[in-house]
Design a protein around this ligand. Structure first.
Ligand code: PLP
Length: 399
């Protein structure tokens, strides 16, 4: 990760095709666009790649989440169960929808713990929203069993797991809807962009309309399209979609390189009994954007994270102290500092997140480091990285 590392002629050619027509927009201008439909092409190819009936490209992963939640009818009075380790956008999506985020424990997959989920289900639970963090998937079959048993929707945040799969089925295709991000640091990028996949025609139609002011996209005359309900503008531009089409065609190659580099680092780390690699439910389906591991104590983990950085092992993340990915430092949400008045009615339903007790997640996250897997490392850089990781582990007495 990320796809921008191998941005090249293919992306430039794809963007130029759009620039030459002058039609930078995904809808309309049919006669001027010379039959170039980049957003539609991406949607068709991505749906076919991951085995979904429908795909909708949107302006971001955040907007994909909002459109998916709206299309699934999630709103005021509903609760959605999600993990406390995610990018904060997952939480924003649920709050923007007017629903209440209910944080459940994660396990050593770094994703929702299926064995704990039932503790969080209430009569208001509308959905479970697992997040496949850092390129590998949750135990999604077990999570789906719980959702089915309680007749609640399973929606997936697969923003960090494009191309990951579990037991042969891709991330994003296990639930009623799956959301993706194609932003700057993702496995494939559109520059900015996101997407939804679903097999459900009505959810697709609702998301499609919602993301474009409610337009039903029937017929060729934009002025005559129907508006079944109110929407917003979460449209992608053809320029962003053009980058996405070229990147999508490189996805297999990207994952292949990630897997190769990941294996070299995981072989090095697994020599240390004191270091425990993240549990990956189906190693074959790991997209290998990161390698994550757990150390014996919080103090040691913080120390090693800082020494890795000092020793040139860049791209190492200690999420527990990070502002964006773990609930501990989401002070704006904990203190309910929301800019939008539209959420005021829902705010009354939000619990006091400062009082949240997530001992298992805290324990795991306080001992976890993730390292980004890059595509452009040379053999020398990779060997150097391994030497530095070993040096830091040895100097801290790890065996
Ligand atoms: C798990 C997760 N969900 C949602 C998003 C939001 O995606 P975007 O940045 O495209 O809005 C991200 C982006 O980092 C993410 O990692």
């Amino acid at each position: 990760m990320p796809g921008f590392e191998i941005f090249g002629q293919e992306e430039r050619d794809s963007v130029n095709e759009v620039l030459e027509t002058g039609v930078l927009f995904r809808y309309g201008f049919d006669s001027a666009r010379n039959d170039i439909w980049k957003a539609k092409t991406f949607e068709k190819e991505f749906a076919s790649y991951i085995g979904s009936k429908y795909c909708l490209l949107t302006s971001s992963g955040t907007s994909a989440l909002s459109a998916a939640l709206a299309a699934c009818g999630v709103g005021y009075g509903d609760e959605v169960i999600l993990p406390p380790f995610t990018f904060v956008a997952t939480v924003e999506g649920v709050i923007q929808a007017g629903a209440v985020p209910v944080f459940a424990e994660i396990d050593e997959t770094l994703c929702l713990d299926p064995t704990k989920l039932e503790n969080y289900i209430s009569e208001r639970t509308k959905g479970i929203l697992p997040v496949h963090m850092c390129g590998s998937m949750a135990q999604i079959d077990k999570i789906k069993e719980v959702a089915n048993k309680h007749n609640i929707m399973l929606m997936e945040d697969a923003c960090q797991a494009t191309g990951a799969h579990y037991k042969g089925k891709f991330a994003g295709t296990w639930g009623i809807v799956g959301c993706f991000s194609f932003d700057s640091v993702k496995t494939i990028t559109c520059g900015e962009g996101g997407g939804i996949v679903t097999d459900n025609e009505s959810i697709y139609n609702r998301a499609d309309a919602f993301h474009d002011h409610g337009h039903d996209h029937i017929g060729n005359d934009r002025g005559k399209e129907g508006h079944e309900f109110m929407g917003v503008n979460f449209r992608i531009s053809e320029l962003n979609a053009a980058v996405g089409v070229a990147q999508l065609r490189k996805l297999n190659k990207i994952i292949e390189i990630q897997k190769k580099n990941h294996k070299i680092i995981s072989d090095c780390i697994s020599k240390f009994d004191d270091v425990k690699l993240r549990v990956v439910p189906d190693p074959d389906g790991d997209s290998c954007t990161f390698i994550s591991f757990m150390l014996p104590s919080e103090d040691l983990t913080r120390k090693i994270a800082s020494e890795l950085a000092q020793n040139g092992v860049d791209g190492s993340f200690y999420w527990y102290d990070n502002n964006w990915h773990y609930i501990r430092n989401w002070h704006h949400i904990k203190n309910m500092n929301f800019a939008m008045k539209m959420a005021q009615s829902s705010l009354a339903n939000l619990p006091d997140y400062n009082k949240l007790e997530l001992y298992q997640s805290d324990d795991i996250m306080s001992r976890t480091i993730s390292m980004q897997i890059k595509l452009n490392w040379t053999d020398d850089e990779l060997q150097n990285r391994i030497r530095n990781i070993e040096k830091v582990f040895f100097q801290n007495g790890l065996k």
